[in-house]
Design a protein around this ligand. Structure first.
Ligand code: HEM
Length: 404
């Protein structure tokens, strides 16, 4: 039995609980029950910034073997492994994601941003989520993985359906997510067979197919899971910061005016992107499994218990951030935990930061008066994992495509 007060409205695995960002509840937890046991889900939730860091810094006590979801089956991918195995896996693809390698892709990212904006700029209206925010990360990660462009619509639908399935109260979504997983697997097995039959190439699927760990090549299941992790890490996260960041700008006209004025300044925009990451924090939690009984704030987390790290709560922790509920593009310092921390720190953080910086610079330049098309509430994804708008109709002054 937990020693803390409990509340009926807390349900760590219900995707609908996260749908509207329960910041008041997270604040209450930080103040009254920072290590909260949700009996219904059989999961502990950690809400304070420094406690989350403590867990991230101690992987021998808080293992990733069932990550990223609580009660998950162990999967053959880096995020579900502990070191040294985790590091071996991560090393296979790490080279493609270093800050230097990512910087070298600046022109390519800018060209893709313009290609995306060119498709809608003459119309003066679009759905910001589906026409602008979702395509950029999908195209970049799809290209890196070496998937054919004709597969991108399917890839987006499958990965969306898999994330929409992460809510325990929606059997139809669970069913769709399962079918999406099967479809991705079939598709990916064909890609794997193709890459194995050819000499090594530079795309990530080929790199993984030809890589060796301790003299052994990765098996099919590892290849499917590792590429799925990279696909979902790539296409299901950054887009919510593009849409959520833009929404925050529209909701804070003073910040939008500042943004339009300063956007061309690289250093300014890099700082602004950090605030958008803190503000949106699209990954709502990652899970760990306790490897022994451990005491935290008077609670005993038992060996084998499931723990989630609630990053959006950490990113509003008033002991770390001044005025944490203020959206402040010039916030400094801003050591948010949107990318996690420690050995599993987001592999794609440099890529995400570059995408965000360039897309927001392009938006400031090409659609400075972008605004919501109406006052209808936005449809919002229900998920206990990665959350954001499912649509965002906007209008802007039409302009000519840039071409190229
Ligand atoms: C705004 C965008 C993104 C956010 C907020 C985000 C967030 C995160 C978080 C919170 C973690 C877990 C860290 C931890 O457990 O401490 C993570 C891990 C990971 N992310 Fe991202 N991510 C983003 C973009 C990307 C992109 C573009 C990729 C593309 C490859 C990616 C790939 C991964 C992978 C492979 C892992 C597992 C790393 C490991 O286990 O060592 N992410 N990310």
């Amino acid at each position: 039995m937990p020693n803390h007060p409990t509340r009926d409205d807390i349900d760590f695995l219900d995707g609908y609980w996260y749908q509207h960002e329960p910041h008041d509840t997270w604040k209450w937890m930080r103040e009254n029950a920072p290590v909260y046991y949700d009996a219904d889900s059989d999961v502990w939730g950690i809400t304070r910034y420094h406690d989350i860091l403590e867990v991230e810094k101690d992987p021998s006590t808080f293992s990733s073997w069932r990550s990223p979801r609580p009660h998950g089956d162990p999967l053959p991918m880096m995020i579900s492994m502990d070191d040294p195995l985790h590091k071996q896996r991560r090393k296979l693809v790490n080279r493609g994601f270093t800050p230097k390698r990512v910087r070298d892709r600046t022109a390519e990212v800018a060209a893709i941003c313009d290609e995306i904006l060119d498709k809608v700029c003459e119309r003066g209206e679009c759905d910001f989520v589906w026409d602008i925010a979702a395509p950029l990360p999908l195209m970049l990660i799809g290209d890196m993985l070496g998937f054919p462009r004709e597969s991108y619509d399917d890839l987006l639908e499958w990965s969306d359906d898999m994330i929409r399935a992460t809510t325990k109260t929606d059997p139809a979504a669970a069913e769709k997510g399962m079918l999406a997983g099967i479809a991705f697997r079939e598709f990916q097995l064909e890609v794997i067979a193709d890459r194995r039959s050819r000499p090594p190439q530079s795309d990530l699927v080929s790199v993984l197919c030809h890589a060796e760990v301790d003299g052994e090549k990765l098996d099919d299941e590892s290849l499917v899971q590792e590429t799925l992790l990279i696909l979902i890490g790539g296409d299901e996260t950054t887009r919510h910061v593009i849409s959520g960041g833009m929404l925050a700008l529209m909701e804070h006209p003073d910040q939008k005016a500042l943004f339009n004025q300063q956007a061309a300044d690289d250093a300014w925009m890099e700082r602004a992107v950090e605030e958008m990451l803190r503000w949106v924090t699209p990954i709502k939690n990652m899970s760990r499994s306790a490897t022994r009984d451990v005491e935290m704030h008077g609670e005993t987390i038992g060996e084998g218990d499931q723990v989630i790290l609630l990053y959006p709560s950490a990113n509003r922790d008033e002991t770390v951030f001044d005025d944490p509920y203020k959206f402040d593009l010039e916030r400094d310092p801003n050591h948010h935990l949107a990318f996690g921390w420690g050995t599993h720190f987001c592999l794609g953080s440099s890529l995400a930061r570059l995408e965000l910086k360039i897309m927001f610079q392009r938006l400031a330049e090409r659609m400075p008066d972008l605004q919501l098309a109406n006052e209808e509430p936005l449809p919002w994804r229900a998920s206990n994992f990665i959350v954001g708008p499912e649509g965002m109709p906007v209008t802007f002054t039409p302009s000519a495509p840039m071409g190229g």
